[in-house]
Write a protein that binds this ligand. Structure first.
Ligand SMILES: [Zn+2]
Length: 137
């Protein structure tokens, strides 16, 4: 059973996309970035389509890192619940995911002009920042 909701089987698609907790985190991230989406039925569909959901074509790699950070955050929250019985906190998980993404971006591009503390304010600025895109292309 899914450790978050205890109502569905724990499949990769349910855990990372469709569980109420995960779905709400995705919705919050998409809204924060200013994008729109429909939750895909399969994680592979997510992988191939996620970079193109960003309204800003100049910074799809940053958008990809934000999504990968959220996946990693969901996985760690799942493990914290299963192995240490720590209940996930939706607000904290979202914040941690943003901070983690900012640290990843900073590690890839030291000239990235934002600190992790800016992660809650800088979505608009990230749309026009091209540094990570240069690194990946
Ligand atoms: Zn669930």
């Amino acid at each position: 059973m899914c450790p978050f909701c205890s109502t569905h089987l724990e499949t990769i698609n349910h855990l990372f996309l469709h569980c109420k907790l995960s779905w709400s985190l995705w919705q919050r991230l998409v809204s924060w970035w200013g994008a729109e989406w429909v939750v895909p039925g399969d994680i592979t569909v997510w992988y191939y389509n996620w970079p193109f959901l960003s309204p800003s074509i100049t910074n799809r790699s940053t958008w990809l890192l934000l999504g990968l950070s959220l996946l990693w955050t969901i996985w760690l929250a799942r493990n914290n619940l299963v192995f240490t019985n720590v209940e996930p906190n939706h607000v904290q998980l979202f914040d941690v995911s943003l901070v983690r993404a900012f640290w990843w971006i900073k590690s890839l591009q030291p000239e990235f002009p934002y600190s992790a503390g800016c992660s809650f304010l800088a979505a608009d600025a990230l749309h026009s920042w091209r540094g990570v895109l240069r690194k990946f292309t």
